[in-house]
Design a protein around this ligand. Structure first.
Ligand code: SAM
Ligand code: SF4
Ligand code: SF4
Length: 337
């Protein structure tokens, strides 16, 4: 079966981001502030997480509906046991062309080789600072940069495509913009700056803490010679630039300053199996109960088809237009970035 589908704004379904776990070994202030995600915080019990069999079944259905790319995320996906087993099964799904993983990189050195052997193609490693003290502070767990840098290098050595993601928050880590750019250029790694986003309700987001793509570019151009790179495919998220005379790129995820809802082709599956059609949705659609009922694959396909057909999300566009209505939102660590 192959039914490419469109939502109510004409956007196809192309990507599925799967959160495999809601737990994390970090407490980044902008994502899982330690004062909220503390020892008493109730994470999902194992029985509530989708099993690998359930993830594979639902991914197969998404692939039939047009999804070509899968990205595993969390929480910290490398905390989920035996992740290569899941990857090896996802690779076999007809129609899936690309499987990526987003990680904080701490356990990447240990797993890079096995992930690659299982069929993973690329990893995005989050790193917000090269300054050890600042990094320890930002991740809320006092972990230095060393394991992350080792993870990045191990992933490269294993043959994985590697990008580095840096969330930039004004008043916190703007001092790291140029050092991170130098480091990634020397390593030949694409660096992607992510504008600080108003995901969830716990990270104290304020517009004044956002450093926009334009501000970042101005800063970078004081030291680097960058040229814009053409969009590669419909729905590409990053605005891309290249260090002139090299193949090394710098990208910007401009969720705040230049929203890209009109070509957003991404669905998200939370760790407990709810489907979200926008990063900023408050309520997902419970697919886990459906997967655990006697509904057939055909029933499930029809359900997902109708959910995508009804989709009209354009949160970032509405934020830019000033027409948001203070809706409920889900936390990033739960839905997956
Ligand atoms: N733990 C993994 C990691 O950090 O890479 C995967 C999950 S994390 C939620 C996915 C991505 O979301 C990371 O690159 C992280 O930096 C980004 N992120 C989290 N909170 C954010 C926020 N408030 N604004 C922008 N990006 C955010
Ligand atoms: Fe954990 Fe990633 Fe969120 Fe940081 S951004 S707290 S590493 S899930
Ligand atoms: Fe997609 Fe929602 Fe982000 Fe817009 S705000 S780009 S619809 S996830």
């Amino acid at each position: 079966m192959n039914k490419p589908i469109k939502d109510s704004l004409g956007r196809p379904l192309r990507d599925l981001r799967i959160s495999v776990i809601d737990r994390c070994n970090f407490r980044c202030q902008y994502c899982m502030p330690a004062e909220i995600f503390d020892d008493s915080f109730q994470f999902l019990p194992k029985s509530e997480l989708l099993s690998y069999e359930e993830i594979v079944r639902v991914s197969q259905i998404f692939a039939d509906l047009g999804v070509k790319k899968l990205r595993l995320t969390g929480g910290e996906p490398l905390l989920r046991k035996d992740l290569p087993i899941l990857i090896a099964a996802l690779v076999n799904i007809e129609g899936i062309e690309d499987i990526g993983l987003t990680t904080n990189g701490v356990y990447l050195k240990k797993h890079a080789e096995k992930l690659m052997m299982a069929g993973l193609q690329r990893v995005n490693v989050s790193l917000d600072s090269l300054d050890d003290e600042l990094f320890k502070q930002m991740n809320g767990r006092g972990i230095g940069i060393e394991p992350v840098i080792c993870g990045i290098r191990a992933a490269k050595e294993a043959g994985l495509g590697v990008k580095v993601n840096m969330v930039v928050k004004k008043g916190t880590n703007e001092s790291q913009i140029l050092p991170m750019t130098r480091f990634c250029k020397e390593e030949g790694i694409t660096l992607r700056f992510i504008e600080f986003m108003d995901v969830g309700h716990t990270n104290g987001w304020q517009l004044k803490n956002v450093i926009t793509k334009m501000e970042l570019l101005e800063m970078l151009q004081t030291e680097f010679d960058l040229e814009p790179v053409e969009e590669e495919y419909y729905g590409e998220v990053a605005k891309r630039f290249r260090h002139k005379g090299t193949n090394t790129e710098v990208g910007f995820i401009t969720s705040v300053s230049e929203s890209f809802c009109s070509s957003c082709t991404r669905a998200r599956l939370s760790a407990n199996g709810s489907l979200y059609t926008c990063l900023f949705n408050g309520k997902g659609h419970d697919l886990k109960s459906v997967l655990r009922s006697d509904m057939t694959d055909e029933d499930l396909t029809e359900l997902i088809l109708s959910l995508w057909n009804d989709r009209d999300d354009r949160y970032s566009d509405e934020r830019a237009a000033g027409t948001l209505k203070g809706q409920e939102k889900i936390e990033m660590s739960f839905i997956g970035g």
